[in-house]
Design a protein around this ligand. Structure first.
Ligand code: SAH
Length: 212
């Protein structure tokens, strides 16, 4: 890594850690080389706190949002975690350091293939990349202890809530195609508890139970 990039990296984590929260999430994030998950031409910006374009018109989220979402998932070492929207594979790499097993699903085949190859080459052995099927998520591998959706849904998808274990957490942006609320849903014995974590902006989640 160039000295300049190394400095930007230190600046970013210093500023993210200044909040004094999200320790476990930030510790995992600090171990993942974000510069390897962005296109070559964006590498100099990889440690700015901004979203960056990846292939196929998609984006890798801003580090602040990645930290917030990762923290909200409350991942424990024995957990099986599901991600919707593999994209570059960056969020999956972070989760793989915190969980027992990560399943990540991507709609665009070329992104699924390149993320899978990158994750394998970097040694993230407990991540399985799946090409999205007709149903949202991965019902055949449910239930999950945590589910993170890194694309925006028009409403809370019931089909995904049902893929949570009791005690499981779902973090998902919900709203219009231009602006959303980041929602957290916890599955309880008798139902679901929902809370909002703030506003955000994601590319749309496409398919059944999402945007057509
Ligand atoms: N988490 C990624 C960024 C994801 S961008 C990262 O760390 O880089 C959102 C991704 O969601 C896009 O790649 C898009 O193709 C994918 N996507 C959209 N709808 C989807 C669906 N129904 N299932 C799985 N992936 C979907």
């Amino acid at each position: 890594m160039s000295t300049e990039l190394e400095r930007a990296r230190e600046r970013l984590f210093k500023s993210l850690r200044r909040q004094g929260k999200w320790k476990a999430a930030l510790d995992a994030m600090a171990r993942v080389p974000r510069e390897l998950f962005v296109p070559e031409e964006s590498r100099p910006q990889s440690y700015e706190d901004i979203p960056l374009p990846i292939a196929e018109g998609q984006t890798i989220s801003q580090p602040y949002i990645v930290a917030l979402m990762t923290h909200a998932l409350d991942v424990r070492p024995g957990d099986r975690v599901l991600e919707l929207g593999t994209g570059s594979g960056y969020q999956a790499a972070i989760l793989s350091l915190m969980a027992r097993k990560v399943y990540t699903v991507e709609r665009v085949a070329s992104l699924a293939e390149s993320a899978s190859a990158l994750l394998r080459s970097l040694g993230y052995g407990n991540v399985e990349v799946h090409k999205a099927g007709r149903e949202l998520g991965l019902p055949e591998q449910a239930p999950f202890d945590a589910i993170v959706v890194t694309a925006a849904a028009p409403r809370l998808p019931r089909s995904l809530m049902e893929q949570l274990a009791v005690g499981g957490r779902l973090v998902i942006p919900v709203g219009s195609q231009h602006e959303q609320w980041l929602m957290k849903v916890v599955r309880k014995k008798g139902g679901y508890a929902t809370s909002s974590l703030g506003s955000c902006r994601f590319v749309p989640l496409l398919g059944k139970d999402a945007w057509s």
